[in-house]
Design a protein around this ligand. Structure first.
Ligand code: HEM
Length: 159
């Protein structure tokens, strides 16, 4: 079980109170991810035009998906003591249905960090960064969990 200090709990809560998931700001993390790591576009065939940074930035489906991702991160922040269980369905969805290479989770998490750092400015101190990095590491590990189960199952089948 992950242990959180009072400072980490307060910091994560504070960050989500400062990020307004109703605004365009939360859109920047998938936008950045799809632009900087273009291979991630392959999972979003249904999203239409992702041809270049301008197309990605003006794509309404990317915008909507940014809010969906921030919603999932807020859900993790509200379930700090059991993110793994809170993410069970999401993890299975990404592993079994969407078949996302789990290495991509860390890339998106890094994009979220950059966006949050930009929004918080000077308030994003090294200590705040460390707390948020730990939070995202737990989110990424919880999302990877479905894959771990899948590969264990494959291993059992073939051994
Ligand atoms: C911090 C990491 C991530 C979080 C919190 C997250 C969260 C979510 C959520 C909440 C959904 C909607 C699930 C539903 O409809 O029930 C979703 C869908 C999806 N995610 Fe992720 N995701 C993450 C990373 C990624 C990455 C790295 C990729 C691919 C590179 C990806 C690809 C997708 C795709 C293709 C969908 C379906 C989109 C659609 O058809 O509307 N996700 N994700």
């Amino acid at each position: 079980m992950v242990k959180w200090t009072d400072f980490e709990r307060a910091t994560i809560k504070d960050i989500f109170s400062k990020i307004d998931s109703g605004t365009d700001t939360c859109v920047f993390s998938p936008l950045r991810c799809l632009t900087v790591y273009p291979w991630t576009q392959r999972y979003f065939g249904k999203f239409g035009n992702l041809f270049n940074a301008a197309a990605i930035a003006s794509n309404p489906k990317v915008k909507a998906h940014g809010k969906v991702i921030m919603g999932a991160l807020e859900m993790a922040a509200k379930n700090l003591d059991d993110i793994k269980n809170a993410y069970t369905q999401l993890s299975i969805l990404h592993s079994e249905k969407l078949q996302v290479d789990p290495d991509n989770f860390k890339l998106l998490a890094d994009c979220v960090t950059i966006v949050v750092a930009g929004q918080l400015g000077k308030a994003f101190t090294p200590e705040v960064h460390a707390a948020f990095e730990k939070f995202l590491a737990v989110v990424v590990a919880s999302l990877r969990n479905g894959n771990a189960k899948r590969y264990r199952a494959i291993h059992i089948t073939f051994s």
